[in-house]
Design a protein around this ligand. Sequence first.
Ligand code: ATP
Length: 518
Amino acid sequence: MTSMSLQNLKTVSMARDAEERRRDNREKAMLLFAFQLLLDKGIFPIFLTCAKTNFKRHITVKYVDTAGSLAAECSLNLELYTICENIDLNSIFIEFEAYYNLRFQRYPQYFKKSVSPSGSSENLLTKLRGLSKKGPNTLGGKGGRGNGNSTESSLSTKIGKNPEAEVPSTETQFGVQGFSPGGLQLKENGLQFSCMTGEKLIKPISGLDFASDDARMFAEMIQREIVVSNLATTWNDVVGLEDAKTILQESLVYNREFEEFFGTALPPWRGLLLYGPPGTGKTLLAKAVASECGTTFFNISSATIVSKWRGDSEKIVKVLFQLARYHAPSTIFLDEFDALGSKRDTGESDAARRLKSEILQQMDGVLVETFSKDQQQRDHHPVFILAATNLPWDLDPAILRRLEKRIYVPLPNKEERRAIFHLHFSRTAERVAESSRHGRNALMYQIDLDALALATEGYSGSDLHQIVKETIIRKFRQNFANKIKKLVVVTEDVLQVIHSIPATVKNHLSEKYTAWDS
Ligand SMILES: Nc1ncnc2c1ncn2[C@@H]1O[C@H](COP(=O)(O)OP(=O)(O)OP(=O)(O)O)[C@@H](O)[C@H]1O
């Protein structure tokens, strides 16, 4: 008898556990479906006016950012899950409607206008804003989820980091003029815009149709090449190269403002080639673009594209551009571009020729959209191609023609060398100080930067970085046995290293670039 009732208790308890698990699962699934819906909704532009300075600025509001807030607030790691392929929110609604109709001979009513106690209609945003004014704890607590400012953060729209000093900080209050794609007009201040931190959220590819299983596999591979975390490289990390920075900013960062002003009269550059000797900052510029421009950044090297299997490389290129449109606005950075788009010659293999044709075709697609008179077409697919090479003379003229703007990234001049030394020395010292406990370790300099700049004519930025590193390591090695906590680097230490490290770019090569440039 006792054993029977124990058994019964166990069964009841197991059934209760199972029910609780199902309930948790259901709740998690609802959040996941909402998350997926936000991601699928994609991106749209809004126009902001700063309440204090009246500064006007276009930004792209992304439901994906809202998805990020949702994921952060419900702390369920939603981004780690994918909804099963045969189901989505839409299909659940369709099935529910069918059931409802069968049972009640009518379709369900999903929503109605909300009415406040005073009788006036009140929308959800007003309600939430009211709650958020009441203080941080108003919505907190339920089920242990959500921190105190969940209302505020779910209302927050994230904007990218502002490169320009005069642009209002992300903490500034903005008024919103055009808020949703549906055309909701809000003209009041009080919405808090905060800065997106952490990893960027990337839409899953489940929303895309692929021609084959191979294409889906390539898409998954390329999706991994999207830069999701902030590379923490800003324009200030790139010394000199002002022309390159200006053109990149015009093409990418101020893109929308630029397009608004010039329209079809002067579409911004869509294809840009950075060329110059190795180690002069081409990749660094691309990293600054990835961090600062707010577009989806595809970091593609030739190794990603070139496949040993026949026909695969072309498919990869096709899928790459398909993905770039899907995640638009996007930037495709093609490093070592000469490996993909070198001149067609008689010895060229069939595969290389086919790959190049596909690249040309896809680049044409981007340009057609750029010059399209149809605003919608231009808005929907802003894909920007940023290519880098050390060997511009090897590039196929047909490909070069499509990279409308070519920027020479030269060796640094004396002033720039001085600034690069300053940047790398001071940054290393800062990092030592930051990572040193109780400020016990310190790196100090007594350096004549002009003398160093003078002694390094013909050196690339990368060479200079190497010199800084080597000098500090040597100094550390020399003092290692004495357990000295404070290293003082002097000019002579650096000059010794300079004499032992020759410049990587040979003189005649620099001349070759200048000749090609002209
Ligand atoms: N203008 C610069 N300002 C600051 N640092 C620089 C600059 N140019 C180069 N460097 C330093 O050199 C390193 C290498 O530069 P980067 O990889 O951008 O060169 P690259 O032109 O892409 O070379 P490659 O053509 O060989 O790929 C950078 O990480 C940086 O430390």
